[in-house]
Design a protein around this ligand. Structure first.
Ligand SMILES: NC(=O)c1ccc[n+]([C@@H]2O[C@H](COP(=O)([O-])OP(=O)(O)OC[C@H]3O[C@@H](n4cnc5c(N)ncnc54)[C@H](OP(=O)(O)O)[C@@H]3O)[C@@H](O)[C@H]2O)c1
Length: 236
């Protein structure tokens, strides 16, 4: 059997069923960190259904390659540590993140600052810019890519863990702020996923393909699911 996703709220592992409700109207989707890894897989999944995707990252060549494969993807080059993005979107996927392993005691302050800039402050700025237009229309979906590090302290990945716990705190605040509005927000918390994040590390034995996280993100939007969803590879 392949991988499924674990719904902590249900205490069960779920295998994704056939999509109940295809989304027929093309949506405008913004995905950060779309040049590779989970973000790229998300962009390709939404584009596969005909949705218009603005894919944000620093690497123009990688974004152009994605756009060549998926014609509804429009590249937007930005360094989110220093720039933000505005506009009106139906779906925003805050995915871009920096994974710099190491003990916090040894962490270079510049690396810690970069991690904090991208994983926390950039997402704060993006939410401040992108959620008000959703509220003005009283509809939209803000999906945040957290990590199992929002629950556990991953050994020797302390700067990353600290930033992801802060991101979870931000997301909980956004969820409270959006309660009772037509705007949904969802935290997708993946376990280890095979992407370039692991290129200098030994990946764990059970690791998710990026496409499975992208499938969950797509289903969360298609089914209108809010709340927190954990997805982890397992032996079964
Ligand atoms: N892989 C895992 O095991 C795993 C597990 C749990 C959670 N996650 C989370 O999932 C998300 C994606 O991870 P991933 O493994 O797919 O990462 P990845 O392969 O390293 O890709 C990171 C993406 O973020 C973009 N990015 C990095 N710095 C940026 C900046 N300053 N401005 C704009 N974009 C920037 C990168 O593009 P450019 O370099 O072109 O800018 C790239 O598109 C992250 O939030 C990560 O914490 C990953």
């Amino acid at each position: 059997m392949g991988t499924g996703y674990f719904r902590r709220d249900l205490g069960a592992k779920i295998f994704l069923p056939a999509l109940r409700r295809p989304i027929l109207t093309p949506m405008d989707v913004l995905i950060t960190g779309a040049s590779r890894g989970i973000g790229r897989a998300c962009a390709a999944r939404f584009a596969q259904e005909g949705h218009r995707v603005v894919g944000v990252a620093r690497s123009e060549a990688q974004l152009q390659a994605l756009a060549a494969e998926c014609p509804t993807v429009e590249p937007l080059v930005a360094d989110l540590r220093h720039e933000t993005v505005s506009g009106t979107y139906d779906v925003v996927v805050l995915n871009a993140g920096l994974f710099a392993p190491g003990r916090l005691l040894d962490a270079d302050t510049d690396v810690f600052a970069d991690t904090w800039q991208l994983n926390v402050l950039a997402n704060h700025r993006l939410a401040r810019a992108l959620v008000p237009p959703m509220l003005a229309r009283n509809s939209g979906h803000l999906v945040v890519i957290g990590s199992v590090a929002t629950d556990y302290t991953l050994p020797h990945m302390t700067a990353y863990t600290a930033s992801k716990k802060a991101l979870r705190g931000l997301w909980e605040g956004w969820a409270t702020d959006l309660e009772g509005t037509g705007v949904l927000t969802t935290l997708v918390a993946p376990g280890a996923t095979l992407t370039s994040s692991w290129e200098n590390e030994d990946p764990p034995p059970h690791i998710l393909p990026a496409g499975e996280v992208a499938e969950l993100v797509f289903r969360v939007v298609a089914e209108g699911l809010s709340g927190r969803h954990v997805i982890q590879a397992s032996e079964s």
